[in-house]
Design a protein around this ligand. Structure first.
Ligand SMILES: Cc1ncc(COP(=O)(O)O)c(C=O)c1O
Length: 552
């Protein structure tokens, strides 16, 4: 059980002193300490105010305090406001309205509301005997809850790789309002939220135009199409990325030319690009991996020398800064993804293109609606590539918290970095290990990886990372992952195989011509990362990592 829905009688226990108040408070304090989310049903507001005010009135009069009904209501509201401040409000939905045929409409409403939670994750806390008898598995008293908390199951809860529950709790009122607005206005395609999101994201990045699209992949595809890239053309990119980056190049009929990466960031090595430019090269497509922008000034300078456009794949780095500018607005075009686990995500698929070039912006807008320049006038080949209004409404709800979340991600990463660097250091001090630990974090291309792990250096001084991933290098990765998994710690590999070694791409580039990508693909491992990762969970992760390697 991770969620508790509080019946009116429990909230009355909390608002006024009466038998049962102490137990109700203790039960909720214990539940909260174990991370249980506490919910109040929005449909109960009026009953709550009425019952609490009546109780206050009765008690006051019994003690000789001649409070009026209005005075008692004011006290009730004040107490309810204070007590419910830390709780989640569970919206009352239309399906919970027609309950007048039920024996007890209010109980029926609560039960229907409880049904919305994922099976087995929520219970109703109540003193109502009828509810307890009718829903024995789903309703419990504070006394039973205290008993259960005193004898918790010994199993330690697992840690999620990405956990968006705290984020959702923080944005719930705005999120629900935004979603309901769309349900009511009904402009599901290119509705007002699409325009609002585009305006806000353009302002956020400083780009003149933002064009929302169906996904990050679609953003890259539409950008290539807008640039007119097609059969016979080459696009320079990195092999150490999610497959979408190269896939879209092949989809437009062009050929990806894979250039090796920097060992310390995993980003394309700008110093190797120029040697791979040919007369067929039509664009450079760097990826800002793990959340840290690539060396965009160097890449832009090379592109300018050869008259080439640059598309930044900012799917992982949206929100990061690079020399005073925002990732996504660092080149001819910038593309990002709103995949749910991305630093700025929706609850499905979504993406955006950024550019300050009017003609390219116009082309992207037309391509995302089947190349349409006016209704049923198709001036170019396009795709069905719009981001839907509901998804835009979700991103809008997250936008106000985005900078705070970036700061949280950076704090989580900083803490990982410090804790792990400390582990690395103490291990280096043990006599048996001194010989093979020459320089902290000095990651040397192709140098054998030192036990037990090596951190990727902290982001470069002229840029920030939004830490879409917190990634380090580990030898013997499979065994390490298995041990962490057994300890309830999920890990991920971004990415296990360079794209030029993937079956569908292997013929496009000799696999051995990107040795750094090859090496990192064997060694990288990402740890759980999200803005609300608690210090306790982080300590557990670091301890499990420590326990996963052979002790010196
Ligand atoms: C670097 C990179 N490019 C492109 C994409 C594709 O984005 P989407 O999943 O929204 O299509 C992703 C998403 O995983 C990515 O990480």
């Amino acid at each position: 059980m991770k969620q508790l829905l509080l019946d009116v009688n429990i909230l009355v226990d909390l608002c006024v002193e009466r038998p049962g108040s102490t137990n109700a408070r203790l039960a909720l304090a214990l539940a909260e300490a174990r991370g249980t989310m506490l919910w109040v049903y929005a449909g109960s507001v009026q009953t709550l105010e009425y019952v609490v005010a009546a109780e206050i009135h009765t008690q006051a009069h019994a003690q000789g305090d001649k409070v009026t009904h209005t005075g008692a209501r004011a006290r009730a509201r004040h107490r309810l406001e204070r007590i419910t401040a830390g709780y989640q409000w569970l919206a009352a939905l239309a399906a919970e309205g027609p309950v007048f045929g039920a024996a007890d409409p209010e109980d029926d409403q609560l039960h229907r509301a409880l049904d919305r939670f994922e099976e087995g994750t929520a219970k109703l806390l109540t003193r109502d005997r009828g509810m307890l008898a009718r829903y024995p598995g789903r309703a419990l008293t504070p006394e039973t809850l205290i008993e259960q908390q005193r004898h918790p199951q010994t199993q330690t809860p697992g840690i999620d790789f990405v956990d968006l529950k705290a984020q959702q709790a923080a944005i719930r009122p705005v999120l629900e309002r935004n979603l309901h607005r769309v349900l009511h206005h009904g402009h599901y395609i290119l509705g007002p939220e699409v325009r609002e999101l585009e305006a806000r994201l353009a302002a956020y990045t400083g780009a003149k135009h933002c064009i929302t699209v169906a996904s990050g992949t679609e953003a890259l595809l539409i950008s290539l199409m807008a640039l007119g890239i097609g059969p016979g053309d080459e696009v320079i990119t990195t092999p150490f990325t999610f497959v979408a980056t190269a896939e879209v190049i092949v989809l437009v009929g062009a050929t990806p030319v894979f250039v090796d990466i920097e060992p310390d960031t995993g980003n394309i090595d700008a110093g190797l690009i120029e040697a791979r430019i040919s007369e067929r090269t039509k664009a450079i497509l760097p990826v800002s991996l793990y959340g840290q922008p690539a060396d965009m000034d160097a890449i832009n300078a090379i592109a300018a020398r050869h008259g080439l456009p640059v598309i930044e794949d900012a799917a992982q780095s949206f929100g990061a800064d690079y020399r005073g500018n925002k990732s996504g607005n660092l080149s001819t075009l910038g593309c990002t993804s709103f995949f749910p686990s991305k630093p700025l995500g929706c609850y499905g698929d979504g993406g955006a293109i950024f550019t300050s070039d009017d003609a390219l912006a116009q082309a992207c807008r037309e391509i995302r609606v089947h190349g349409q320049s006016a209704r049923y006038v198709h001036t170019r080949i396009g795709v069905g590539g719009r981001m839907d209004t509901l998804q835009c409404a979700i991103v809008l709800a997250k936008l106000d918290r985005f900078d705070h979340e970036i700061a949280q991600r950076q704090a989580v990463a900083r803490r990982y970095h410090d804790l792990l660097a400390h582990q690395e250091e103490s291990r280096a001090k043990t006599p048996s290990r001194q010989a093979d630990t020459p320089s902290q974090n000095a990651l040397c291309a192709l140098a054998p990886l030192r036990e037990p792990f090596q951190l990727l250096p902290w982001p470069k001084a002229d840029r920030t990372s939004v830490f879409a991933q917190y990634t380090l290098r580990v030898p013997d990765r499979d065994a390490r992952q298995a041990k962490l998994h057994a300890a309830g710690i999920p890990t991920a590999v971004h990415y296990p195989v360079p794209l030029n070694e993937q079956p569908a791409y292997v013929h496009l580039c000799c696999p051995d011509c990107t040795p750094v990508a090859q090496q990192l693909a064997r060694e990288v491992m990402s740890l759980p990362m999200h803005p609300d990762l608690s210090e306790a969970d982080q300590d557990r992760i670091v301890a499990a990592l420590h326990a996963s390697y052979p002790q010196a």
